[in-house]
Design a protein around this ligand. Structure first.
Ligand SMILES: NC(=O)c1ccc[n+]([C@@H]2O[C@H](COP(=O)([O-])OP(=O)(O)OC[C@H]3O[C@@H](n4cnc5c(N)ncnc54)[C@H](OP(=O)(O)O)[C@@H]3O)[C@@H](O)[C@H]2O)c1
Length: 283
């Protein structure tokens, strides 16, 4: 059976099946730049109330403890939640990655993590980091391991040495950065693509074509973008701290973009990033 062949995405509870069989909600909630403490706790609480079950944090966001508190207080059974966090660059390497994982888990207050990602491909260290991820996976401390901001050549390095194929690659992805080659490569290797900055951190929301499509469907440009990701079978994790936007961003299951509209959005590509270039970063 082909990867992604029998995919149905019609509600916030629908899940992608990762290459190890683990189910992960297509639509999740991102918490980059959400203040640690109360702001994170409140945003995650609102997201859970709205129906999101997948939360995307990272050690470097410094808000894992807020995520942990919100999920503890929600009363939602742990098995209904999907928690992702990421190994920060300074902690890459075998022993340091294992230690960083323990620190993240302590802050999140959970026994087993759903998905652990290498945040950036730090040259000279991501292979050792992957070995640590594999150990955590084999020890049952995490249900899936994956990558973030990995280009094709970085993934090839991992595939050469890996015993466990990465499940997910989380990258900057929006209509101004369509990433066709990377997307195809990931699909061919059964690595599920995930979009960060699906709204281009707000910068895509006034693109006239998206505004027009929104008017046509009675939806906001943000909803058009989230729907576009889902129909491309790309996991997506829009972030908002604004209560009505948190709700708005998950009201994307009552309309459909046709082939022409999907192609129109893809045609907006300019290979333009809002974040760092994974082949040229210095942090
Ligand atoms: N792996 C990585 O390297 C990496 C890098 C960046 C992000 N991420 C992950 O991806 C998630 C999403 O990316 P992102 O946070 O960078 O950007 P994003 O989700 O594309 O955009 C977030 C921005 O859009 C605004 N917004 C959200 N919904 C809106 C709506 N319906 N209408 C108008 N404006 C809206 C938010 O404002 P308000 O909050 O003020 O409402 C915020 O300023 C992150 O939170 C993080 O979990 C990962």
């Amino acid at each position: 059976m082909e990867f992604l062949e029998d995919t149905v995405i019609s509600s916030i509870r629908d899940c992608a099946k990762l290459n190890n069989g683990l189910e992960m909600p297509w639509l999740g909630f991102g918490v980059f730049l959400v203040e640690p403490g109360k702001e994170t706790e409140l945003a995650v609480k609102r997201a859970l109330d709205a129906g999101y079950r997948s939360i995307d944090t990272a050690a470097i966001y410094e808000n894992e403890a807020g995520v942990g508190k919100a999920i503890q207080e929600s009363g939602i059974p742990r098995e209904d939640l999907f928690i992702t966090t990421k190994l920060w660059n300074a902690d890459q390497g075998y022993a340091s990655a294992l230690k960083a994982f323990d620190e993240s888990m302590e802050k999140l207050q959970i026994e087993v993590l759903d998905l652990y990602l290498i945040h950036w491909p730090v040259v000279g260290r991501y292979v050792d980091s992957w070995k640590a991820m594999e150990k955590l996976y084999k020890d049952g401390r995490v249900k899936a391991i994956g990558l973030s901001n990995f280009q094709i050549h970085h993934i090839q390095d991992i595939l050469e040495i890996s015993e466990v194929v990465p499940t997910v690659n989380q990258v900057e992805f929006h209509p101004r950065l369509r990433q066709v080659d990377l997307h195809n490569f990931c699909n061919e290797n059964q690595i599920q693509l995930q979009a960060w900055a699906p709204l281009m951190q707000g910068k895509a929301l006034d693109i006239p074509e998206l505004v027009k499509l929104g008017e046509k469907h009675g939806k906001s440009p943000a909803q058009i973008l989230i729907r576009w990701d889902l129909q491309l079978q790309v996991l997506t994790i829009p972030k908002s701290i604004t209560p009505h936007r948190i709700v708005e961003n998950c009201q994307v299951f009552d309309f459909e973009l046709n082939d022409e509209e999907m192609a129109l959005i893809a045609s907006l590509n300019r290979d333009e990033r809002v974040g760092p270039d994974p082949d040229n970063f210095d942090f």
